[in-house]
Design a protein around this ligand. Structure first.
Ligand SMILES: *Cc1c(COP(=O)(O)O)cnc(C)c1O
Length: 493
């Protein structure tokens, strides 16, 4: 069994094994044009349940053959131009190369003594990102597993900063336990659910989140925010943080960051910008201005695995004031004792809520070194351009109704039949169209609700997708919806 360990005596076996795997995936990708085969859970579950995990095949080629049946054949392929579902991007090859390197070397980025070099490279990328945001010389941050973790981490820092300030400024002694129930978080009603979930996990409860309404472009109404902030203080409560979204998951809308920054400053709160989706603009040669105002943030979430074409996971949380990261610091005797800070040993675990942590930063490093920032940002520009063209297409199509001209690369629309059709049937027709399309494997689209009505969503992150693909998918959706309505009307009569 030692022959399976990757070491100085098995380098050849490692090479053969990985190349064989790469060959299979390359062949599969080259031959795959549809997002998936359309297999159902009921068909696939027995195949996977039938694998006896206690009877190993003892051979990589045999395991790859089996993998074809249980996974590769039916997986969802995001490189397919008609995959328009969630915020999954096709990945760039330099990043996939980085992924192969990082899992073979297997550095762990918690401490310097497990990641010589990697620690400094991650720090360079954090500085590169904070530089692009404009957070200033005191900025810092750390890579995380994703936007949800980054949001949680940022709100943890905001919570503990708020507690510290409220306790310091109080005329009478207050305990943290007394302050926590008085903290409030403000975010728009189309922000990511991880904001509410973080509030609950941080011991504040869902009720601590005040949702602020949005305008017709799905951007936070700042006059409503101003009103809520004042009301909060009038009740003797504390505005712990305002979470602005730069690229909402459904609409790609960007909250008015400069106005929000002014309000946050006036109320001595903490500004967090969730740029999980919109962060691609940081590298965009033409659209960086859409993020103007982000430089005022106290903390920022970026998801490189959404708009930087990186494989999952690759995300970071950035802060304006590196001192605030101390709220997640713990000095463990065995790992990162306090003396290491004095010896200036750069242990990233001091800033992270994880301990053992992947060198995900290497993927972005390879991407920037091979393609450059303009290269990767240009790809994001292409999908934003495509979304603008797609909006025109849907807007001109009498079968569909489209909402919100896109700032980024999503399109939210619904099938709307001519004539009088009951609203619940329209909802069902749209839901049916999405499900039937998924079951066919021809294309994948997402769905969401707008003012209680069922809508469909294209998330465009693939520069290979064309307006012809968009038109074709619209035709497929309309056909499924029409068929559904036709059958419903037959049943009704
Ligand atoms: C996707 C997304 C998140 C969550 O990020 P994960 O990487 O999926 O955890 C948070 N905020 C916004 C706006 C997102 O679009």
């Amino acid at each position: 069994m030692r022959s399976h360990l990757l070491n100085d005596t098995t380098a050849d076996s490692y090479r053969r094994s990985v190349i064989e795997g790469v060959e299979r995936v390359a062949a599969k990708i080259a031959a795959t044009h549809k997002p998936h085969t359309g297999i159902s859970v009921d068909e696939l579950a027995p195949v996977i349940a039938g694998i006896d995990l206690d009877s190993p095949l003892l051979d990589a080629a045999a395991a790859l053959d089996e993998l074809e049946e249980v996974y590769l054949r039916d997986a969802v392929y995001f490189h397919a131009p008609r995959y328009l579902g969630h915020l999954n991007c096709p990945v760039v090859i330099p990043a996939v190369l980085g992924e192969a390197v990082l899992s073979a070397v297997n550095s762990s980025l918690d401490t310097w003594d497990q990641s010589i070099g990697g620690t400094l490279m991650e720090r360079r990328l954090i500085d590169w990102t904070t530089g692009r945001i404009g957070l200033g010389p005191g900025a810092d941050g750390v890579f995380t597993s994703g936007g949800s973790q980054s949001n949680f981490h940022a709100l943890l820092l905001a919570r503990d900063e708020a507690c510290r300030l409220v306790m310091k400024n109080s005329e009478f002694p207050l305990t943290k336990a007394e302050v926590l129930p008085k903290l409030r978080i403000f975010t728009s009603d189309v922000s990511h659910f991880s904001v509410k979930k973080s509030a609950a996990m941080l011991g504040l409860g869902y009720e601590a989140v005040i949702t602020v309404p949005v305008d017709e472009n799905k951007r936070m109404r700042t006059e409503a925010l101003a009103h809520e902030l004042s009301a909060c203080e009038a009740e003797g409560l504390f505005p712990m943080a305002v979470v602005a979204t730069a690229g909402t998951t459904d609409f790609g809308s960007i909250d008015p960051l400069p106005e929000i920054a002014r309000l946050v400053a006036a109320h001595s709160s903490w500004m967090h910008v969730d740029a999980a989706y919109g962060c691609g603009l940081l590298a965009s040669p033409t659209r960086r201005h859409l993020l103007d105002g982000i430089e005022h943030a106290d903390s920022v979430t970026v998801d490189f695995h959404k708009s930087f074409f990186q494989p999952v996971s690759s995300s970071a949380v950035l802060v304006r004031d590196r001192d605030t990261l101390k709220h997640a610091t713990y000095h463990a005797d065995y790992l990162n004792p306090r003396r290491m800070v004095e010896e200036r040993i750069p242990n990233q675990v001091d800033k992270s809520i994880q301990t053992t942590r992947r060198f995900d930063a290497l993927k972005l490093w390879m991407t920037l070194r091979v393609m450059g920032a303009d290269g990767v940002g240009g790809l994001f520009d292409e999908v934003c351009d495509l979304a603008a063209e797609g909006w025109n297409l849907i807007d001109a199509d009498p079968r569909f109704e489209v909402v919100v001209r896109p700032q980024l690369s999503t399109l939210v629309f619904r099938y709307l039949p001519a004539g009088e059709v009951r609203a619940d049937l329209v909802d069902e027709a749209n839901l049916h169209a999405r499900k039937a399309l998924f079951a066919s494997g021809e294309a994948v689209v997402a769905g969401t609700k707008v003012d209680g009505d069922q809508y469909l969503k294209f998330t465009l992150l693939n520069p290979q997708t064309t307006t012809a693909d968009i038109s074709a998918v619209l035709d497929l959706l309309a056909a499924h919806a029409e068929q559904f309505l036709g059958e419903s009307l037959v049943h009704a009569s």
